[in-house]
Design a protein around this ligand. Structure first.
Ligand code: AGP
Length: 618
């Protein structure tokens, strides 16, 4: 996620901004920049890549100022390069802005300025142009008022931070659905995306509430609502040290990222429907980054989903979704296997390569192997501008934000959402679903974030179960249909962070071998949410229970009472908006279970042994 820092009232504001950006590095970024504010000029320095590139560019520049704003960018619109890095200015260099979030109506806003040239591909730049236009229109230019007028017309998620030559000591910020903290200490005003950037200066901060703006000067911070009326932010004293502040109070990044899942899902689902002009009675699902001609997609007769690890498990849900909605046969394959055999691939085969990092060499190589045989490739990635995203014919981004923990959590659930979107989209393109049907399903999917919140509230019960089973050497996960990918994922999560042996099997396969492993005290985690295979799962649970296994069943609201007679413990999921959305919900308790088992065992949850976040070697 992008990071913002603003400082006004210190002779060494530029150094302070760089130090603040270093504190924000943990959020993940692909470029960094800052603006030193002055009455005659706003001096912008920005560089793609690591912060060191920016620091190198500043070295020897003699850049200094009493105020400025800085930014680390996690690309959402436009490639991560120098040009798209923040800050952005209007064409005259009067106003500069940095932004965290997505301005959904930026294209409409750009159309309000038909004569202006834009220097970047970002959604953000238009905000600087619009504020400059407002300042031009005022007899007595006032930055705060200009920002207030512009913000009233913005749609989407944003924390925005502006400076202008008119008032170089003033920083104006606005917040909606993206975090922003303000503070004032010892004659210096501050703003930042999170307390990690400010903790070296003060622990007394205030978090802005959605719809609030603030004017920050060396004299203090004034907060208003969007109408300009005085408004109270949420003031508090930070109790954390710097390390804890980066994790926003969570003990580990993994836990923080588990809790970010409702937001991550919301972002991935955001803004996917366009108005069809009333042609077919509704909006059309659009995946605009795909950039593959719909006519080509309509001719596809086979799909390969290629991925590794957790991404492969998301792909297994993708297979169910595409076969169910679009009616195209799908093979899901480990990327490192695909490239060494002779897969039957041609121009009518669609390849979907799933990789959160977009840098996994096995997945990239498999996708290019398919492209060599003229297959169109869609990358399902989290990192904008990553190698896979660049090399694929089209890309669908999960908007989960950067993931620091090695164990994938929020990127997994958003990959599943991405797969559901692809399934619906292919169905729409091939005329298997009316736009209104797609829209209906999409609307139901909007219930997922709230349902995840309900599951997160069961953390205490899950931690108790983890305590009870933390010394269990071997855990078997079983599932069918949409539960099976989650059985695989549950086993992977447990083994990768707790180093306990865990395996997953299709529940129907148990009697063909694996059930021989079951003995008194074995632990079986059974995925048994509501759905058309529920009664089959109950039979499988009975089989392992009869042989002495302890069973933890993951059920759902409608099935809990049936499960209670057969399982030792039942964790209840809220009702899923669609059977194919159950995997998103069912994975949450298993992430928490693995997390608690690993922490009880004292393992390094965020950096498990022998593993790397991104595997760029074969
Ligand atoms: C999951 O917890 C692991 N970190 C790992 O399996 C990961 O999913 C795999 O290496 C693929 O990574 P990618 O999504 O970045 O391609």
């Amino acid at each position: 996620m992008c990071g913002i820092i603003g400082i006004t009232g210190r002779d060494d504001a530029v150094d302070g901004i760089v130090a603040g950006l270093q504190r924000l590095e943990y959020r993940g970024y692909d470029s960094a920049g800052l603006v030193a504010a002055g009455a005659n000029q706003l001096r912008v320095v920005k560089r793609a890549g690591k912060l060191d590139n920016l620091i190198g560019a500043l070295k020897g520049s003699g850049l200094s100022a009493r105020a400025g704003i800085g930014h680390t960018r996690w690309a959402t619109h436009g490639e991560p390069n120098d040009r798209n890095s923040h800050p952005h200015t209007d064409p005259t260099g009067r106003v500069a802005v940095v932004h965290n979030g997505i301005l959904e109506n930026y294209q409409q806003l750009r159309r309000q300025l038909p004569d202006q040239r834009f220097a970047s591909d970002t959604d953000t730049e238009v905000a600087a142009h619009l504020v400059a236009r407002e300042l031009d229109r005022m007899d007595d230019p006032d930055l705060f008022e200009a920002v207030r007028r512009v913000v009233a017309g913005l749609e989407g998620a944003y924390s925005l931070c502006f400076t202008a030559t008119d008032e170089p000591d003033t920083i104006v910020v606005a917040k909606n659905e993206a975090p922003l903290i303000v503070a004032h200490a010892d004659g210096v005003g501050y703003c930042a995306s999170d307390v990690a950037a400010l903790i070296a200066h003060t622990r007394d901060v205030a978090a802005l509430i959605d719809g609030q703006l603030a004017k920050i000067t060396p004299e203090g911070v004034e907060v208003t609502d969007v109408d300009g009326n005085a408004s109270e932010p949420h003031a508090y004293t930070v109790q954390w040290d710097v390390e804890a502040a980066e994790k926003q109070g969570y003990e580990h990044f993994m836990l923080k990222e588990i809790h970010e899942q409702p937001t991550a899902v919301r972002e991935t689902l955001r803004d996917r429907i366009t108005d069809d002009g009333g042609q077919q009675g509704g909006g059309r699902l659009h995946l605009d980054e795909l950039a593959i001609d719909e006519r080509d997609l309509a001719r596809i007769d086979k799909v390969f989903i290629l991925a590794c690890g957790t991404s492969l498990h998301a792909g297994m849900v993708g297979k169910l979704a595409i076969e169910h909605w679009a009616g195209i046969p799908v093979d899901v394959e480990v990327a490192s296997e695909f490239r060494y055999r002779d897969p039957i691939v041609d121009a009518h085969t669609l390849v979907i390569a799933i990789s959160q990092s977009g840098e996994t060499s096995d997945t990239i190589a498999a996708a290019s192997h398919a492209r060599d045989q003229r297959a169109p490739v869609i990358g399902l990635c989290n990192v904008v501008g990553s190698t896979l995203a660049r090399e694929a014919d089209g890309v669908l981004y999960t908007h989960a934000g950067p993931e620091v923990g090695v164990a994938a959590t929020k990127t997994f659930v958003t990959q599943i959402i991405g797969c559901l979107l692809l399934g619906l989209y292919l169905a729409q393109v091939r005329g298997r679903l009316y736009p209104s049907e797609c829209q209906d399903i999409l609307e139901r999917l909007q219930q997922i974030p709230g349902a995840i919140d309900e599951i997160l509230a069961q953390d205490g019960d899950i931690a108790e179960l983890a305590k009870r089973y933390a010394e269990t050497d071997y855990t078997m996960f079983i599932g069918r249909h949409a539960g099976l990918p989650i059985a695989y994922e549950g086993a992977l999560k447990l083994k990768e962070i707790s180093y306990l042996h865990a395996e997953a099997f299709p529940a129907g396969e148990m009697k063909h071998g694996p059930i021989a492993l079951i003995e008194e005290g074995s632990l079986v985690v059974a995925l048994a949410p509501e759905g058309h295979v529920f009664s089959k799962m109950v039979s499988n649970i009975q089989e392992v229970r009869a042989r002495g296994a302890d069973v933890i069943a993951i059920g759902s609201a409608g099935t809990t009472s049936d499960l209670k007679d057969h399982a030792d413990h039942v964790l209840t999921l809220p009702e899923a908006p669609h059977e194919l959305a159950t995997p998103v919900l069912a994975t949450i308790p298993l992430q928490l279970f693995a997390y608690h088992v690993a922490t009880i065992r004292g393992e390094d949850v965020d950096k498990p042994r022998n593993l790397a976040k991104t595997v760029t070697v074969e």
